[in-house]
Design a protein around this ligand. Structure first.
Ligand code: GRF
Length: 239
């Protein structure tokens, strides 16, 4: 029997056209740039936008030859107007996916509707625990023994969108907010690149589940960090 192959499936996949939004240090941006540079990630960073001038992430982008732009939220009367300015600039640069990489602003439907199911965030906790700011300090204050990070699609809530990947790290005796944050940050870089690679390979599926979108990545399940947090073998349970 003859099969007709849709033309689109015969084309080689195009690199992902990313716009990365930052507010500061930009180490997650650097992880993306490094993965592209070493050929691990088939993507192009078309534009880096910072809402703050003079931050380290802008220098990282410039060093990599990536166009940068400051869209200062303080110059806009509303969150919507701020997002509209970013959308215009992202579109001008041919961006198709937006990554919030340490971007410390709440985004509105103006941005989300311009890139439906195409805005990704990295958050330094195992969501849904500890959404919002100071997640690592909150994890320490609650005495959790396993902490980590989450990459998720962004929706209108704060860190509530469909989860794409999570990475775990142990909380060690004597941890401070700084030491725990550094351990989590290393894991953030791994799972963010993992997710973007899956997206670049067209392995992201968004489905409706009980009336809400749920996302999954095709291929082997990612369990980054579980070997680090499993100190003991699971106890055998007899029934
Ligand atoms: C990361 O911990 C990220 O999860 C959080 O802010 C931090 C940004 O770090 N949203 P960097 O700017 O990517 O170095």
């Amino acid at each position: 029997m003859a099969f007709s192959v849709p033309f689109a499936t015969m084309l080689p996949p195009m690199p992902l056209d990313l716009g990365v939004l930052i507010s500061g240090r930009g180490s997650n941006l650097q992880a993306i740039l490094d993965a592209i540079g070493t050929g691990k990630l088939d993507a192009r960073v078309r534009l880096v936008i910072s809402n703050r001038p003079g931050v380290q992430g802008l220098a990282r982008a410039e060093a990599a030859g990536v166009p940068t732009c400051v869209v200062n939220h303080k110059e806009f009367a509303s969150r919507q107007a701020f997002d509209a300015a970013m959308v215009e600039t992202l579109r001008e640069h041919g961006v198709s996916w937006v990554v919030l990489a340490g971007f410390m602003r709440i985004v509105t439907p103006v941005l989300l509707d311009a890139f439906p199911h195409r805005v990704i965030n990295i958050h330094p906790s195992l969501l849904p625990a500890f959404p919002g700011v100071n997640a690592q300090a909150a994890a320490l204050a609650h005495g959790v023994r396993i902490a980590g990070c989450t990459v998720h699609l962004v929706d209108a809530g704060t860190d509530t969108g469909p989860i794409l990947a999570q990475g775990a790290v142990p909380v060690l005796d004597g941890d401070t907010e700084e030491s725990l944050s550094a351990r989590i940050l290393h894991r953030e870089h791994e799972i963010l690149v993992h997710v973007l690679d899956a997206v670049a390979q067209d392995k992201l599926v968004v489905e409706q589940h009980e009336g809400k979108p749920r996302a999954r990545l095709l291929g082997p399940a990612l369990a980054l960090g579980l070997q680090d947090v499993l100190h003991d073998k699971p106890t055998e349970v007899s029934t």
